[in-house]
Write a protein that binds this ligand. Structure first.
Ligand SMILES: NC(=O)c1ccc[n+]([C@@H]2O[C@H](COP(=O)([O-])OP(=O)(O)OC[C@H]3O[C@@H](n4cnc5c(N)ncnc54)[C@H](O)[C@@H]3O)[C@@H](O)[C@H]2O)c1
Length: 277
């Protein structure tokens, strides 16, 4: 029997929370570069009544993305995309962050946008980190939004001499995610489908724990202690936003980015988290 299909890219905590919230009754095809992560989450969810299949997928490879789409189509129409795959500034070098988080996300949105079913919805996880970076020029924003995917990594602004460190690479990638979502929303709209991004602040997951234990650990601990919420967030709170965006209640929302960071960005600009001038 054919079912509506969700593609979940990235078998981490945020991805699982969203899939659990929205994926009951669907076929959920879970892809992760680390097959064990995908299998582990598929196992947990299948034991809770979901219908998941795990496979190896590399977000930085168009071939691998096409492969998961083809696999998903065997089960039915693709009506949901959740992209929660990614690497953080403490997990990977600049080139890998740009290849996975920036290029890979752009390719995934493009490829799924070619096949998403009418009424379909997608979310991709960007980051509050991109909101802390100063504004780019309108031309830079336009280039991030509209440059053909295969030319993205050749943009001068993304060359090593213009990227200061892994955090800067991550912020550029996340800014690009938001811009690609805006551009893709136009194309997805032609198919009657919607795509949005969510920019979480610090959410306790293995990725965030790597950051707490990395070179910017104290910075991040200070950030959640001094943000208006006074704590890090949970993956289930990110799923609350995804639920609004992906359900019919969100039918008028597309091409948008939602910041969910306990007020950390607000405090970074106008409160105690403001960097020393
Ligand atoms: N946790 C946070 O504080 C936080 C904040 C803002 C944004 N994010 C973003 O949320 C997304 C999900 O992260 P998470 O916090 O759930 O972390 P997580 O570590 O629980 O999950 C990330 C998953 O992505 C997978 N992955 C890494 N590279 C991949 C690749 N090339 N192809 C396919 N899969 C790959 C990892 O194996 C892992 O299973 C990431 O894009 C991250 O940048 C996280």
């Amino acid at each position: 029997m054919k079912k509506d299909v969700m593609i979940l890219a990235g078998a981490g905590q945020i991805g699982m929370a969203i899939a659990r919230r929205l994926g009951y009754g669907m076929k959920i095809v879970i892809g992760d570069k680390n097959l064990q992560n995908a299998e582990s989450i598929a196992g947990i969810m299948n034991n809770a009544g979901f219908d998941c299949t795990a496979l190896e997928m590399d977000l930085s490879s168009r071939l691998s993305i096409r492969n998961i789409i083809a696999e998903a189509q065997k089960y039915g129409r693709i009506t949901m995309l959740v992209n929660a795959a990614g690497v953080s500034p403490s997990q990977a070098p600049v080139e890998a962050i740009l290849k996975v988080d920036l290029y890979g996300t752009a390719v995934l949105l493009e490829e799924v946008g070619k096949v998403i079913a009418p009424g379909g919805t997608g979310v991709t996880i960007s980051s509050q980190s991109g909101h802390r970076m100063p504004a780019l020029t309108p031309e830079q924003d336009r280039l991030l939004a509209l440059t053909p995917t295969e030319e993205l990594l050749s943009l001068p602004m993304l060359q090593p001499e213009n990227i200061e460190n892994t955090l800067h690479a991550y912020q550029m990638a996340k800014r690009c995610n938001v811009k690609r979502v805006m551009a893709e929303a136009v194309k997805w709209g032609e198919r009657g489908a919607r795509i949005n991004s969510i920019s979480p602040g610090i959410i306790v997951t293995p990725l965030a724990i790597d950051e707490f234990n990395g070179p910017r650990g104290d910075f991040y601990k200070n950030m959640f202690a001094k943000c208006p919420a006074g704590r890090p967030g949970t993956a289930d709170e990110v799923a609350n936003v995804a639920e609004l965006l992906m359900r019919p209640q969100g039918a008028f929302i597309t091409g948008a980015d939602f910041l969910i960071d306990g007020g950390a960005t607000a405090s970074y600009f106008y409160g105690p988290l403001r960097p020393e001038q």
